[in-house]
Ligand binder design. Structure first.
Ligand code: PMP
Length: 360
């Protein structure tokens, strides 16, 4: 098996062990003579896979009993609409923190359903930092506060959980869920597209507190109602079975690595190595305020952007893939999700030093 080091922002690297397990099981799942993709979602076999995946996620994140875990489709982008539909609960206003491209998309969608108040925004600082806790001002009568814990494109991550008192806190954790321990009880809703730290694209995980269910906006489509999915065990219709199964394998792998605490240590070390390489050089740069630097997505620029294409070509030849920055910002971006091994970062750092020597 030839595997490159894959720094894709998403769909992103999956653990080799998980892919090999899926390969082994692909045509003949546990001697049943068929694949997991080919069996009913209501079969005893699939229900056992699904329940184990949920339990493993609950164990990994220490999810309290009063939270439901939903395995949905539609990506995090569907959540941008599902949230106001489910979370306004008779109110007409929601608060949002604007930290970049993904927050903006969530805000734009919420505006279709309610009055959006910006509780904080770092747009004036070109989104080069997350706000301080003291900057966050909730409006009266707000239904919830939404924020993006990690801006995947900007490489900006919150290093704290906003305090909202009794106001439910909602977070888009698409790009940093499971990267470090989290106090789930601080949140009303946590959601994430799977294709970074959970599994393949096509699955979206939503963790929602029980008492927030059942007060949807009139006219909410059945498929957009959290309570429908909670009551149906995420099987109101056919769930994304293969994604759910594969996520389950990733959760088992995470447990074998020592869980999120162990991952957090490795993730911090990986990010620290890359930021150190960038900061020590006059050739590479990352503009994000140090306390807001993402440990998952590290954007960086070269001193001369005319070298970008050469950098990417040489990186690829060295087995370092998908380092191109998002089309909206250019430059480079290395995504360092859980499944990206520390050896990948070591290889990248030494490639960068070598590239600088030759082209700097
Ligand atoms: N939020 C964040 C923070 C993201 O990184 C992404 C995808 N990159 C999305 C939302 C949108 O997710 P999806 O493509 O699953 O709709």
């Amino acid at each position: 098996m030839t595997r490159t080091f894959n720094f894709s922002a998403g769909p992103a690297a999956l653990p080799d062990e998980v892919l090999l397990e899926a390969q082994r099981d692909l045509c003949d799942w546990q001697g049943k003579g068929l694949s997991i993709m080919e069996m009913s979602h209501r079969s005893d076999e699939f229900v056992a896979v699904a329940e184990r995946a949920e339990q493993d996620l609950r164990d990994l994140m220490s999810i309290p009993d009063e939270y439901r875990v939903l395995f949905l489709q539609g990506g995090a982008t569907s959540q941008f609409a599902m949230l106001p539909m489910n979370m306004l609960r008779g109110k007409t206003r929601a608060d949002y923190i604007n930290t970049g491209i993904w927050s903006k998309k969530a805000i734009a969608e919420a505006k279709r359903y309610c009055d959006v108040h910006l509780a904080a925004s770092t747009e004036a600082d070109r989104f080069l930092r997350a706000p301080d806790a003291a900057e966050i001002q909730l409006s009266a009568e707000t239904a919830y506060l939404h924020y993006t814990s990690n801006e995947t494109i900007g490489g900006v991550q919150f290093d704290f959980i906003p305090d909202t008192g009794d106001v439910p806190l909602v977070v888009d954790m698409s790009s940093d869920i499971l990267s470090c321990p989290l106090d789930v009880s601080r949140f009303g809703v946590i959601y994430a597209g799977a294709q970074k730290n959970i599994g393949p694209a096509g699955l979206t995980v939503v963790i929602v507190r029980d008492d927030l269910l059942g007060q949807t906006l009139p006219g909410t489509p059945t498929m957009y109602d959290y309570q429908v999915h909670a009551q149906g065990g995420s099987m109101h219709n056919t769930p994304p079975t293969f994604g759910w199964y594969l996520a389950g394998l990733v959760f088992q792998w995470l447990k074998r690595q020592g869980g999120v605490q162990a991952m957090a240590e490795v993730n911090r070390r990986k990010a620290a190595k890359l930021y150190a390489a960038i900061d020590q050089s006059a050739f590479y740069a990352n503009p994000i305020a140090v306390s807001s630097r993402s440990i998952m997505n590290v954007p960086f620029t070269l001193a001369d952007d005319a070298l970008d294409a050469i950098f990417l070509k040489e990186a690829e030849a060295a087995g370092l893939l998908n380092l191109q920055g998002h089309r909206s910002v250019g430059g480079m971006r290395a995504s360092l999700y859980n499944a990206v091994p520390e050896a990948a970062v070591d290889a990248l750092v030494s490639f960068m030093a070598d590239f600088e020597k030759r082209h700097g």
